[in-house]
Every structure is written in C-alpha cells, then in structure tokens.
Design a protein around this ligand. Structure first.
Ligand code: FES
Length: 291
C-alpha cells in the first residue's frame, strides 16, 4: 500500500517559505518571553529525559474527546460542558511546552509546527465558543462547534505526528549509536594526535566520535548531537555547573564531557559516552551496551 495523496500536501508545508516571516515573528516572541534557561530546560523536559509536550496535550485532548462522546449520551449536557471548559482551561501547558520545543527546530520542522499550532489555536477558539454557547443554553450550536473543533484537533494531531515521526523532531538523534558501534575495544588513534582542550572528530567503525583530550586523559562522546544531529566537534568547550562541557553549535545544548549528560537543553537525551584506555600511546575506546 502506498501513502495517501494528502500526505504529499502535508509534506509540501515543509518547504512553504511563505510561512517564514510568521515563523520568525513567533520565534522572536518565544525566545524573548520564555526565559531564563532553567525554565526552558524544564519546559523542554530535560529533568525527565524527553519532551513533556506529549504529556501536556493529554488534558485538553482527553477532555474534548470525552465531551464529544458525552454529546451523544442522553442527559449528559452538563458533564459535556464541563469537559469542554476543562479542555480550554488546560491548554496553556501544552502551548508553552510545544512552543519552547518548536523554537529550537530546523526551519522545515518549524513551518509544519507553525501550521500545527495554528490548527490548535483554531480548535481552542472553537471549543471556547462551544463552551459559551452551551453556557447560554444553545446546546446544538455548542455541539457543532465542539465537533468542528475536534476535527481541527485531529488535523493538528496528524501534523504533530508528521513532526515527530516523519521529521524526527523531539526524538533522540543519538539512539542508533549503541546499535551501530561494535562490541569491545576499538582502536581510536595515538594520544599525540590530540591537543589538550581542542575538540577533535574521529570516525571509528563508521561512527563519528567527539574526542577531547584533557590534562589527565580523554573524554569521548558520540559526535552527533542527540537533539538534531549537529556535529559537536564544531562546538565550544565551557565549564557549566562545575563540569567541563561541550556546547552544541546549532541550538546551544550543553553536554557534560565526563558523563555525556545534558546540562542544558534543548536536547533531553544524553550523548553516548565511550570508555577509553591508553596502551603505549595508542588509544582504544569501548561503548558499554554496544552491539
Ligand atoms: S542539534 Fe540542536 S542542540 Fe545540538
């Protein structure tokens, strides 16, 4: 079976440059308003290890689907109205988390994300109008507005799926490393090749590695940023929270060299960290759990 024709239309949004002025305007607002970095980290989901937006959408979507079902159950008008109101009132966390993640995506992802957000805005407006109508006793128009709102939510959900599963937004781009790297110790190079505190790129068995020599040894991480695949060897070394870290050159995620852990987002998944040993000036690396 081949994909439906409308999938090509959705994919075309990725290259719709007409959306770029709006993308820039909204991103400017999000970057200004959502501060400081610790708040951004929380909204990205750094403490829980992946994006929190999918959890935040549960309340409005769940409430609105519940309302749609109750609209067909006799004697459930009051309960259905409550669910519509709960959904509208519960929209804010999904908006804030979604926009914060969206502000650190590639431009093709941001174009699709903008339409996703617009669709959600339309849905919320329809449900707010539905709540007002139901409160006034106009239940038929309240139900119709709710069902049209649910269609907008469905479209938005499809676009969210396109973002996550087709465009790989908010997923771990370093997840494949343990599957690709062979089991056991592998030769990396000679110690003399590396300059202290100078990030270097080496490829071992087809896997790009970030190598940073320090005064007592080496730190070796997967070089492909877990956020959106930037080459970390082009990043800057800094000290953050008392740790030597590498800052991603694309969106500024900060990873601890000692552990590979995320110190600051937008990345939420750690960088795979390699063990290293030196024998007669020759470096070998090994990844626990590889293969
Ligand atoms: S690619 Fe986005 S922070 Fe590294």
């Amino acid at each position: 079976m081949r994909e439906f024709g409308f999938v090509k239309k959705v994919s075309a949004i990725e290259n719709a440059e007409a959306l770029d002025p709006a993308v820039r305007r909204v991103k400017g607002i999000v970057d200004t308003v959502v501060q400081p970095q610790d708040v951004r980290d929380l909204l990205h989901g750094v403490p829980v290890g992946h994006a929190v937006h999918p959890v935040a959408v549960l309340l409005p979507i769940g409430a609105w689907i519940g309302s749609a079902i109750l609209d067909f159950v006799p004697g459930s008008r009051a309960a259905s109205r409550v669910l519509v109101g709960v959904g509208v009132a519960g929209v804010l966390p999904s908006v804030v988390t979604g926009l914060t993640d969206w502000s650190e995506l590639h431009e093709q992802q941001q174009r699709v994300g903008l339409v996703h957000a617009a669709s959600n805005t339309v849905a919320t407006a329809l449900y707010a109008a539905s709540f007002v109508q139901r409160t006034r006793g106009h239940h038929t128009s309240g139900r119709v507005l709710g069902l049209v709102g649910l269609a907008a939510v469905g479209l938005s959900g499809y676009l969210g799926g396109h973002l996550a599963y087709r465009q790989a937004a908010a997923v771990n781009h370093a997840e494949d490393v343990p599957h690709r790297f062979p089991v056991g110790w592998r030769h990396l190079g000679a110690v003399d090749e590396f300059v202290v505190d100078e990030p270097a790129l080496r490829t071992v068995d087809g896997v790009p590695l970030l190598v940073v020599r320090n005064t007592v040894g080496l730190d070796v991480l997967a070089n492909t940023c877990s956020h959106l695949s930037a080459p970390l060897n082009e990043g800057q070394l800094v000290v953050a929270d008392g740790e030597r870290c590498i800052v991603c050159p694309w969106h500024g995620s900060v990873f601890a060299l000692r552990t590979g852990e995320v110190v600051h987002g937008p990345a939420t998944a750690p960088q795979p960290r390699f063990e290293s040993r030196v024998t007669d000036g020759s470096i070998e690396v090994m990844l626990e759990g590889a293969g």
